[in-house]
Write a protein that binds this ligand. Structure first.
Ligand code: PMV
Length: 335
C-alpha cells in the first residue's frame, strides 16, 4: 500500500465518519486471484455501481476501547466477519499510526451474502469511513487499493459509474477507475432475488479453487480480447453486442465454477428458470441480458425504458421473492 499523501495532525483528527458505498455488478467478472493476501486478480474486470443496493457504515475510534466492535444490520457480530473487519482496521491503523479501537456500525439495504456483493459495498464503505475517521486523506486510487485489500471487488465500488479494475502488476497498480460516469447511458440492472439466505461457499473460497477447473486457462487467455470488445461496445453504446458479451461471460465464469474441484454450483432451480425466461423474453422483443455472481440471484441488464415491463414479468415468476431495480450510481462517498 502506497503512503497516503497527507496525514492530519493528531489534534484535529475527526475520529468518526460515515460513508455510503454501492454494491456493484460485474459485466466482466473477477474470478481467481494471483495473490491471495493482496487480493490481486488474475484478470481485469468491468462493473456498474448499483443505486438501490448499498451499505452505510459509521466508524468511530474511541480512546480506551478494549477491542473493536462490529454492529451489522443492528446485531453485534463476532467470529469470522468481525475478524475480517478488524484485520482491515489494522491496515488503516498502521497507515494512520494509531492504535485506537473502533466501533463499526454498518447497515445494508439488501440481503448479505446472497450473491449481491455485500462484501464489495461493505469494504468500500468501511475503507472510506475508517480512513477519514483515522485522519488519512486518501485519493481515489489509494482508497480503491485499500478497499481491494478488504475484498477484491470492493475496489470497484470506489469510483463513480462504469468502472474498470486493472489487474495491475503489483498492489500499487491494481485499482479501479471510472470509464464512464453514472449518467453516461440509460442502463438498469434489475435483480431478481430468489434466495435471501447466506451462500454456503464464499467467493474467497471459490477464488482459491478456480484454477482447478480445466477451463480456467482458456478463460484467462481470452480475457484481454473480451475486455477490449466490451469497452468498445460500451463506448459506442451498442446494447445488443454488450449484452451478448455480458451473458456469455457470466456463463463462462459459472462453467469454471461448476467444473472446479470441488464443484461449485451457485444456482438453484429458479436461477435456471430465469435464465430461460430472459432468453424467451428476448426472442419476444424484450431485449435484456442476464448475469449472475457467486449466488443464485439473477441480475438482468436492460434499458431504462424496459425496466418496468421487466419488473412486472419477473414478479410473475414463481420463486422470485423480491425484485430490485438499480440505475448506475456514483461510487463511495461520505454522508
Ligand atoms: O470480491 P469477491 O472476493 O467477493 O469476488 C467477487 C466475485 C464475483 O462477484 C463472482 C465476480 C465479480 O467480479 O464481482
Amino acid at each position: 500500500m502506497q503512503k497516503p499523501t497527507q496525514k492530519a495532525p493528531e489534534s484535529n483528527r475527526l475520529m468518526r465518519a460515515t460513508a455510503q458505498a454501492p454494491a456493484n455488478i460485474a459485466l466482466i467478472k473477477f474470478w481467481g486471484k494471483r495473490n491471495e493476501t493482496l487480493r490481486l486478480p488474475m484478470n481485469d474486470s468491468i462493473s456498474l455501481n448499483l443505486s438501490s443496493a448499498s451499505t452505510v457504515t459509521t466508524v468511530e475510534f474511541i480512546n480506551n476501547l478494549r477491542e473493536d466492535k462490529l454492529i451489522l444490520d443492528g446485531l453485534s457480530v463476532t467470529g469470522e466477519e468481525k475478524s475480517r473487519v478488524t484485520k482491515h482496521l489494522n491496515v488503516i491503523r498502521e497507515m494512520a499510526k494509531i492504535s485506537t479501537k473502533a466501533i463499526v456500525t454498518t447497515n445494508n439495504n439488501f440481503p448479505r451474502g446472497a450473491g449481491m456483493a455485500s462484501s464489495a459495498s461493505g469494504f468500500a464503505a468501511l475503507s472510506k469511513a475508517a480512513s477519514v475517521a483515522a485522519g488519512l486523506k486518501l485519493d481515489e486510487r489509494q482508497l480503491s487499493i485499500l478497499a481491494r485489500l478488504g475484498s477484491g471487488s470492493a475496489c470497484r465500488s470506489v469510483p463513480d459509474g462504469w468502472v474498470e479494475w486493472k489487474e495491475g502488476k503489483d498492489s500499487n497498480s491494481s485499482y479501479a477507475h471510472s470509464i464512464h460516469n453514472f449518467d453516461y447511458w440509460d442502463i438498469c440492472d434489475v435483480i431478481a432475488i430468489v434466495e435471501k439466505e447466506k451462500k454456503k461457499v464464499t467467493s474467497t473460497e471459490g477464488h482459491a479453487i478456480a484454477e482447478s477447473s480445466p477451463f480456467y486457462k482458456t478463460r484467462i487467455k481470452d480475457m484481454g480480447g473480451k475486455i477490449k470488445k466490451i469497452k468498445k461496445y460500451i463506448k459506442t453504446k451498442n446494447f445488443t453486442k454488450m449484452g451478448e458479451i455480458v451473458e456469455s461471460e457470466a456463463l463462462n465464469m459459472h462453467a469454471v465454477m461448476i467444473t472446479s474441484k470441488p464443484a461449485l454450483i451457485y444456482w438453484n432451480g429458479i436461477t435456471l428458470k430465469l435464465m430461460v425466461c430472459v432468453r424467451e423474453w428476448r426472442e419476444e422483443g424484450l431485449e435484456t441480458y442476464f448475469t449472475i455472481d457467486a449466488g443464485p440471484n439473477v441480475h438482468i441488464i436492460c434499458r431504462q425504458k424496459d425496466a418496468q415491463t421487466l419488473v412486472k414479468k419477473l414478479k410473475d415468476v414463481e420463486g422470485v421473492v423480491d425484485v430490485v431495480t438499480n440505475e448506475v450510481s456514483r461510487g463511495v462517498h461520505l454522508l
